[in-house]
Each structure stands twice: as structure tokens, then as C-alpha cells.
Design a binder for this molecule. Structure first.
Ligand code: MN
Length: 262
């Protein structure tokens, strides 16, 4: 199968190269269109205020059989250009493998997940892959996520997803032999403590750095629980963010009857 491969860590990140190589080695045809630099946490942004360029990558981490383009835009720009310009016949968009998990509310910030959302906007079968690796001291097992991506692609050929649904996949940072299995999960809750760091520059002026320590609500059945317990987490995500029960509640409370003249 032909697969559009993108990410938010940038085209030279090891995760995307391992995803593309895993697909190619399994006999599929990955076409890589990815940001030319790291664009983590840019969410679903697209670039409207300046032109975009695509540059074919002749070497680097990709084997000769893989076509790869770097783009100076966001992950969602890459998906638009990939599907409109490079390979309009591609039916599948895979994003990742992200360095670090995208669990809980991460998925609203994540460029990795947003690229899959853009694939969905274009009506393609879409999935995002993230590895639960933290910091530089940990050896990343991208190959585990790459192997699962191949299985998932072949599974998706036989089991098409419902309209408007993508898969958000989080993989424990373990060798494949230590993975306990696959769990279908719901989005959990992850908050960040101490999000704003107030620091001083060499001139004594205050500056701010957004970071924070993740705090997870460890509830069984969620993405945060599954990856923490050695399972590959697969969360079906729908783009319709409407909260339907509130529509009825707000109507019942007379929101639509507010007297605008009063
Ligand atoms: Mn990233």
C-alpha cells in the first residue's frame, strides 16, 4: 500500500525514518512529506501568511526506494501538500513515530496527531504513532512502534474505520517481546504541573519557558494507563468535538431564548 508519512519532529528525526523503513521493508510504498525542522506542539496550524517550499531529499536517513520531501511548513501543511501535490492517489496517512507520548489532552497540542486529523479532513485513513519515551537518557525503541504500524496498516486494509475517525496510537518504550498486547482505549487525563518556568536572561530580564511535569490520572481503560502498563494504546478519535448532551441542556436552560434587546 502507498502511505503518506509525516511527523512533527522533523524529517531527520529517527522516528519517522524508522516508520518509513518499516513500511518499505514490509513491501509497502511510503512517501515522506515532513517538516524540515522540529514543529512539535504546533497543533493543527496551517501556514497562510507566507509561501511554502518542498524540497526533495536525496540522501539522509531514507533508503533510495523511499521518496522524501522536506517542507518548511507545519505537519498539516505537509499533509495538504502531500495529498494535493505529491501523491493525490494515496489513501493512508501515517504520522510519527513521535518522540514522546501523545496521551490525554496532549492530542490537542500535538502536531503528530493533528497531521492525522488533516488526513481525515481529506477523507483518508489516518493514524498517529507516538513512543512513550522520556528525556535523552532513555534508549528509544522506535522499531516496536514501526512493527506495530505495519500490522495496523494490514489490519486496516481488512477493517476500514468509521467515517471521521482516526487512530491515536501510543506505544510503550519497550522491545517488541516485552509488549503485553494491544488495548483499545479512551483519551485519559494528563495535566502539567509547573507549566511556566520564570527565568532570567544574562541582562537580568525575566523570560518564560513553558514545560511542566506530567501528572496522569491512572484510570484503567485510558491511554495513559495502557502505555504505563506495557500495552500499545489505540484510541479512536473523532473530529466532531461537539458535546451533544450539552446542546440539549443549554437549550433547556433557555440559552437560545436570551432576550438580545433586554
Ligand atoms: Mn514531536
Amino acid at each position: 500500500m502507498r502511505v503518506l508519512v509525516t511527523n512533527d519532529d522533523g524529517i531527520y528525526a529517527p522516528g519517522i525514518a524508522i516508520l518509513a523503513v518499516s513500511l518499505a521493508e514490509a513491501g509497502h510504498e511510503p512517501v515522506v512529506v515532513a517538516p524540515d525542522r522540529e514543529r512539535s506542539s504546533v497543533g493543527h496550524a496551517i501556514t497562510l501568511t507566507r509561501p511554502l517550499k518542498l524540497q526533495k531529499i536525496g540522501s539522509g536517513p531514507y533508503p533510495e526506494s523511499v521518496t522524501a520531501y522536506a517542507c518548511d511548513g507545519t505537519p498539516s501543511d505537509c499533509v495538504v501538500l502531500g495529498l494535493e501535490e505529491i501523491a493525490p492517489d494515496i489513501e493512508v496517512v501515517f504520522s510519527g513515530i513521535n518522540r514522546g507520548p501523545n496521551v490525554g489532552d496532549d492530542l490537542t497540542y500535538s502536531g503528530t496527531v493533528s497531521a492525522a486529523m488533516e488526513g481525515l479532513v481529506f477523507g483518508r485513513t489516518s493514524a498517529a504513532f507516538s513512543l512513550n519515551v522520556h528525556g535523552d537518557g532513555e534508549e528509544p525503541h522506535y522499531e516496536t512502534a514501526g512493527a506495530f504500524a505495519v500490522h495496523l496498516l494490514e489490519w486496516l486494509e481488512r477493517h476500514p474505520l468509521s467515517k471521521g475517525v482516526l487512530l491515536n496510537v501510543n506505544v510503550p518504550n519497550l522491545p517488541l517481546s516485552l509488549i503485553k498486547g494491544v488495548q483499545v482505549t479512551r483519551k485519559g487525563v494528563r495535566t502539567y504541573e509547573g507549566k511556566i518556568n520564570r527565568l532570567q536572561d544574562p541582562h537580568g530580564r525575566t523570560y518564560y519557558w513553558v514545560a511542566g511535569r506530567p501528572e496522569d490520572e491512572m484510570v484503567e481503560g485510558t491511554d495513559v494507563w495502557a502505555v504505563a502498563h506495557g500495552y500499545i494504546s489505540v484510541t479512536p478519535v473523532h473530529l466532531d468535538m461537539t458535546h451533544y448532551p450539552s446542546m440539549e441542556a443549554l437549550s433547556g436552560q433557555g440559552l437560545a431564548e436570551i432576550d438580545l434587546e433586554g
